[in-house]
Design a protein around this ligand. Structure first.
Ligand code: CP
Length: 311
């Protein structure tokens, strides 16, 4: 049962629950009016303490398409956080106004803290460089739809793997499926954190770390490109030195499988050449679209507007 459940980390739902959620997502994709009006009278609060285009707007679009309403803020400057109000107090108050809270915050662990003080479910829309579980739902749905399976797939993560919360969440989620193999492609300074690789070792997941995309691209079923995130660097010079470490071009794609898909959580800055947008393997805009469908499914299940057999 996902009803009245919070979503804070990428493994909060069982594989069975995920499967049901993805089936509902597929149903919504094929019939966009399937759950129309199912959330009439319900309120979604979107509390964004960091910038967002996709996550906030897809959640709001999802709620509006389900017949519900939205309130919230897109930047902390327009909330009482700017006057020094604590996150705990903000959440106590907003959870008395809304039926569901979606929150993005620059502090790691902020979503867990919010859950503790909320009367209603909290969905983590990104907590610093830690996790982004609804991006993971989006990524998994896209892989399921376009690759057709999780078991035995080979996924390469390329770019900023140190601060990239979408990478951390998707890695942990994929490690639950059998025979998955992971490739981490980054400069040394932006390598995947040891808490992630330690977990992979415990789960017996095979992984490779390299700084050479060309070396491994031919093996991959999915290439997950990421942006080097200026906002996470303390030193601007270090950011400028690393920002263009990897730029995916048509030339580099010559070494990839014909059916490999390119994913990117977006926003893109310079890491995928725009000429690749026309390549049938470029799936990042489709991925962003799936993000809205899976968030519709998530909201409907969390608010009890839809009750599949397992959920
Ligand atoms: N993928 C993602 O989180 O995008 P936004 O920062 O635009 O929400």
């Amino acid at each position: 049962m996902l009803e009245q459940r919070s979503l804070i980390g990428p493994k909060d739902f069982t594989l069975e629950e995920l499967d049901e959620l993805f089936k509902l997502t597929e149903q919504i994709e094929h019939d966009k009016d399937f759950l129309r009006e199912s959330c009439r009278g319900k309120l979604l609060a979107t509390l964004f303490f960091e910038p967002s285009t996709r996550t906030r707007l897809s959640f709001e679009a999802a709620m509006l398409r389900l017949g519900g309403s939205c309130l919230g803020f897109a930047e902390p400057a327009s909330s009482s956080a700017a006057k020094g109000e604590s996150l705990a107090d903000t959440i106590r108050v907003v959870s008395a106004y809304a039926d569901l809270i979606v929150m993005r915050n620059p502090k790691e662990g902020a979503a867990l803290l919010a859950k503790r003080y909320s009367q209603v479910p909290v969905i983590n829309a990104g907590d610093g460089g830690h996790h982004h579980p609804t991006q993971t739902l989006t990524d998994l749905v896209t892989i399921k739809q376009l690759v057709g399976r999780f078991n035995g797939i080979k996924v390469g993560f390329c770019g900023d793997l140190k601060f990239g919360r979408t990478v951390h969440s998707l890695t942990e989620a994929l490690a639950r499926y059998p025979d998955v193999e992971l490739f981490f492609i980054s400069p040394d300074e932006l390598g995947v954190p040891s808490y992630i690789t330690n977990e992979l070792k415990v789960s017996n997941i095979q992984y490779t770390e390299t700084d050479r995309l060309e070396k491994v691209i031919g093996e991959l079923d999915v290439l997950y490109m990421t942006r080097v995130q200026r906002e996470r660097f303390l030193n601007e010079g270090e950011y400028l030195r690393l920002k263009d470490s990897y730029i995916l071009t048509a030339e580099k794609m010559k070494g990839a499988k014909e059916r490999m898909i390119i994913l990117h959580p977006l926003p893109r800055v310079n890491e995928i050449d725009i000429e690749l947008d026309a390549d049938p393997r470029a799936a990042y805009f489709k991925q962003a679209e799936y993000g809205m469908y899976v968030r519709m499914a998530l909201i409907a299940c969390t608010l009890g507007a839809f009750k599949p057999s397992v959920l």
